[in-house]
Ligand binder design. Structure first.
Ligand code: TEU
Ligand code: CA
Length: 509
């Protein structure tokens, strides 16, 4: 199976398209938009979790792995979606959350009621350890029913599963095989590198045990037959090489570029360092043996064009600059819904408009520390996960054509200007620019697989791959340039002797 040079489009189902007027996106909404997704040049659609869930972490808290949450539709709708996708040569990639379940899952409920078999499925201890939750605060929660603590690396309603329990592992394998039999052709594995955690020593990610568990998971389920991508924040080059092979995963998200402007914690941001960025892109492009998984955006990160570039006056130029840079990298591209029309951050300064549990935890933590609301909200407005989770902007009617009622999460006011319909009508459409880059990647896979070199000069980034030279201006400063050959891509109407604000050009020399 060749899994290289693919385009994977990530859908956040809650915010994609509502068809039954409840303000929440649904599977029928996705089916309606399959042509739109395919026309971009997409090979796979990855849906964030749609299984039954109390939605404390928007579906990443699963209470039943076999049943579609009624708010999205039902299992038949999902099978129809898979079939309709296949008709268009689109494969469906399912999100697997295997590190934890919701505390509303039957297994957890049975554990709480005293069933020893199911207590083995989770991580219970008489005494807590020092571990902290990724979402802030203690990772252990006291359960009076059992007079024990259970581990939750995320929200307290997301109980960590015990992968040392063989019965649990077999249930998981059975479930994955069930979905493979239903026609799912790829998996995105949520925080998969945490399943081998050692709570005693406090080693959480990518322990030696993890690599053993991954191999068993692979053998018992997808093997090397399906495209799999593991979520592995901060994985090193060596770790990636160790886990991405026919006995592990196809690829992983390391997110080194996603987090490059984080200053210690994500809530504190620092300016983008182009030297650091290009060094990491070059290293993974040139020396990594596996297939890179490049991520332009996702449901956990702010819109990158808002974070790195200019989402106002030079919004379209910025969106095109980003896809030009990533479009020339070797591997697969993950595109998050809305990036293809240059959607921006939500710019919300009132906590009441937020939904994300991580955001609320941070907000409350800062409040306790006596930090002013304004300071906290300014940070939240820049990096909260809800920036990317707001509803998709389809047109300029009420609720942006996403729904005909007030959506579950506030719409961005800028939708009248930024929406699919308007973008597709424009001469300088971002969507069509994405299409062209994707087409180029597909038609020149030999070039895309070449090594890349970078050079920086202030805010200007230069790259060279084969006979292609890119010049990308990451600021509004103007400088002189010499045209170097035929213009292959440009985010302005024409190319001149000046490099204008956020201009990017690719020449073939
Ligand atoms: O993300 C894992 C994770 O580490 C994130 O919580 C990340 O630290 C954070 O979003 C950065 O701000 C996955 C999912 O992608 C995320 O949506 C879930 O909340 C999380 O797992 C728990 O399942
Ligand atoms: Ca709906």
């Amino acid at each position: 199976m060749d899994f290289n040079n693919k385009i994977i489009y990530q859908i956040y189902p809650k915010s994609f398209k509502d068809t039954n007027g409840d303000g929440i996106g649904d599977l029928n909404g996705i089916i309606e938009k399959l042509d739109y997704i395919k026309d971009l040049g997409t090979d796979y659609i990855w849906l964030s979790p749609i299984m039954k869930s109390p939605q404390n972490d928007n579906g990443y808290d699963i209470s039943d792995y076999y049943t579609i949450d009624p708010m999205f539709g039902n299992n038949e709708d999902y099978l129809r979606l898979i079939k309709e996708a296949k008709k268009r040569d689109l494969k469906v990639m399912m999100d697997l959350v295997l590190n934890h379940t919701s505390t509303s899952h039957e297994w957890f409920k049975r554990a709480v009621s005293g069933d020893m078999k199911y207590q083995e499925y989770y991580i219970f201890r008489d005494e807590p350890t020092e571990l902290e939750s990724v979402f802030g605060g203690d990772a252990w929660k006291y359960l009076p029913e059992l007079d024990k603590y259970y581990l939750h690396m995320f929200d307290e309603t997301q109980a960590d599963l015990n992968w040392d329990c063989e019965a649990l592992r077999n249930e998981i394998y059975e479930m994955i095989n069930y979905w493979i039999n239903q026609g799912v052709e790829g998996f995105r594995l949520d925080v998969i590198d945490m399943i081998g955690k050692n709570v005693e020593t406090g080693e959480i990610s990518r322990t030696p045990r993890f690599y053993e568990l991954l191999e068993e998971l692979n053998i018992k389920t997808f093997a090397d037959k399906l495209l799999t991508v593991g979520e592995c924040w901060g994985a090193s080059f060596e770790q990636a090489q160790k886990m991405c092979n026919p006995k592990g995963l196809t690829q992983l998200f390391h997110f080194h570029d996603t987090t490059i402007t984080n200053d210690e914690v994500k809530w504190d941001q620092k300016p983008l360092d182009l030297d650091a960025l290009s060094a990491l892109l070059a290293r993974w492009n040139n020396s990594y043996d596996g297939i890179n998984a490049w991520v332009l955006g996702n449901h956990d990160s702010p819109r990158r064009l808002s974070l790195w570039l200019n989402d106002d006056k030079y919004r379209k130029e910025s969106a095109k600059l980003l896809i030009t840079l990533y479009g020339f990298l070797r591997g697969n591209l993950y595109i998050y819904q809305g990036d293809e029309i240059g959607m921006t951050n939500a710019h919300m300064h009132d906590i009441k408009n937020y939904n994300d549990v991580e955001t609320y935890n941070y907000y409350n933590e800062m409040k306790l520390k006596g930090i002013s609301d304004k300071t906290t909200m300014d940070k939240i407005a820049v990096v909260s996960r809800d920036n990317a989770r707001i509803p998709m902007q389809w047109n300029d009617t009420d609720y942006a054509g996403f729904s005909n009622v007030e959506p579950w999460l506030k719409m961005y006011e800028g939708y009248k200007d930024i929406n699919v319909e308007k973008d597709l009508e424009a001469d300088d459409s971002v969507y069509r620019y994405y299409q062209e880059i994707i087409k180029f990647r597909k038609e020149h896979s030999d070039i895309i697989s070449e090594t890349i070199t970078f050079k920086t000069n202030g805010d200007i980034l230069y790259f060279r791959k084969d006979n292609y030279v890119g010049i990308l201006n990451f600021s509004d400063k103007i400088s002189d340039i010499q045209p170097l050959g035929d213009v292959v891509f440009s985010n302005y109407h024409n190319v001149t002797h000046e490099l204008r604000p956020y201009e990017c050009i690719v020449f073939k020399i």
